[in-house]
Design a protein around this ligand. Sequence first.
Ligand SMILES: [Zn+2]
Length: 544
Amino acid sequence: MKFPSPKPGFILFFVFVTIAGRGQVAAHYDTAFVESLKKQALASVDNKAKPVQEMVDMVFSFGELGFQEFETSKYLTGVLEKNGFTVERGVSGIPTAWIARWGSGSPVIALGSDLDCIPKASQKPGVAYKSPIVDGAPGHGEGHNSGQAVIIFGAIAVKELMERNHLPGTLIIWPGVAEEVLGSKAWYIRDGIFKSVDACIFTHVNSRFEARYGDPGYNGMVSVQFSFDGEAAHAAAAPWRGKSALDAVELMDVGWNFKREHLKPTQRSHYVITDGGDQPNVVPSKASVWYYFRERTYPDILSMYEAGQRIAQGAALMTDTKMSFRILGAAWPPHFNKPLAEAMTANIGRVGMPVWTDADQQLARAVQKLVEAPKVDFEDGTPIDGLRTTVDALKGSVPFSMGGGSDDVGDISWNVPTIQLFYPANIPGTKGHHWADAIAMATPIAHKGSVAGAKAVALTLIDLITNPALLDSAKAYFTNVQTKDVHYVSFITEKDPPSTFLNKATMDKYRDQMRPFYYNPAKYKTYLDQLGIIYPTLEPAAGR
Ligand SMILES: [Zn+2]
C-alpha cells in the first residue's frame, strides 16, 4: 500500500496500528493535517452547490416509483462513472440497483440513500397549493430525490482529497432502491453486498439536522401479498357454481381487523386490495391483498406475520378457495452506531443549519398552513413554525416508542456498523407520503439542505479514513453492545426474489406524460426556472 504524503507545510505523524483480525496496517494522522482536510472538504462541497442542485432537481423531475428507477439510476451511475467510480449494475437481481466503487484498501466505507418516490404525489415545487406536474402521476412526496446528491458529492469531495494526498480507502455508493416498499436492502444483505464493508453512512431527508444512535423507535416490518384462487361463474345466473376469491380477501381483512384488538399498541398494520376481480357479473376467481405488518421487535413482527398467514388460511377455508402468499418487502427495526453518531453529530454542529431566506420561510409557513401542521412537534414538543434553525443534539435509544414507520436500512444496521444522517431539506409538520411533501424538494430549501448534508457526510468520511480508532470503537460497539444479545435473522430466504414487478404498470402509464418535464440543466438554471415558477408562489393566480 502507498503511504500518505503530507501536503507541504503540514507535519504528518504516523502511528501504525494493526486493525484487529485484518492484519492490515493503517496510518494515524496528525490533527493539523486532518483539520486541513476538513477545511478543504467544506470548501469543496460549497463549490459543488451547483451540481448538487442539478442532481436534486433532476431526480425530482424523474419521479420514479420503487423498482422502476431506470432514468434515475442511469443518470446517477453516469455521474459516478464520470467521476472515476466503477459501477456494477443489476445487483441482487434488481435491474435498477447498482454498486459504485472507488479507491482501494481499508477502510471500506459504504454510503447509501433512497431513490424512489410516492404514488399520486406529482406536484410542482415552490407553490404552496396542490398543483400536479402530471395529474395522477407519482412524485417525490417524501424527498428521496435529495439523498443521492448528499452522498455522491460528499464522497466526491473526499475522493478528490484522498487522491491528492494518496490516502488509502475504498468508497462504495449504493442506492436504496424501492425503499417505499422496503424492497431492496434485505436482499443486498442476503446477497453479501456489504460483506467487506467496515461502516455505512446512510442519509435520509428530514427537516432536522441530526444523527441518532441505538434504537430510534421505528418499527420493523414484513410486506406480504396474499392471493386467493377461486372459481369464476356468472354472478347472477349461476353464483352457486362460483368460489369468490374476493370474498376471501374481504374475510381476511375482517379477520385481521378483529385481530387488532389483541395486538400490542405498538403495532401498525395496513393493507390495500391489489386485485379485487374484474367486473361484478363475474365471480372473481382471483383476488389479492397486500399487507404491511409492523412491530418494534423481530419476534413481534414474526408473530404478526404468522397470525396473518393463519387468518388468510381461515378465509380460504371459509370460501373454499386456495391461498398462497409472497413476501414483497422486509425491514428490521434499525439500530444505529454510537461512536459513528457521535462523530457525525460533532460534524453536524460544525456545518450548522443552512441560512434560510425569507422566501424559504414564507413557503414553509404556507405549506404548514396548507397541511394543517400541528403547532408543536409530536416527538419533542418543539414549536412547528417555519423551517428549523438549529441543529439537533445527539439522541440515544428511546426508552419507549409508540411505533411508527420503517426503513430497510435496519437490515444493514444489524450487519455493519451503520449510522443514519438526517439532513434538513424539507419542511417540518407535513404528513409524509403526500404531494405536499414534494413542494420543497426542488427549491432552495432542498438544495441548501442537501449541501449541508453533503458537508456532514464529507467530514465524517474524513474521520473514518484518518482515524482507525473511530472504526475500532464503532466495531466494538457493534459487537459488544448492539449485537450482544440480539441476533439478526432475515425475514427473507434464498428463495424469495426481489419484487421487481411492482409499480411497472403505473410507470408504464405515466412515463411518457412525465418525460417532457424532465429537467434540462443545459437550458435552465433550476427546475423552478424550467417550470416558470416564481419562488415562492404562495397562492394560485387569480382566475385559476
Ligand atoms: Zn424514506
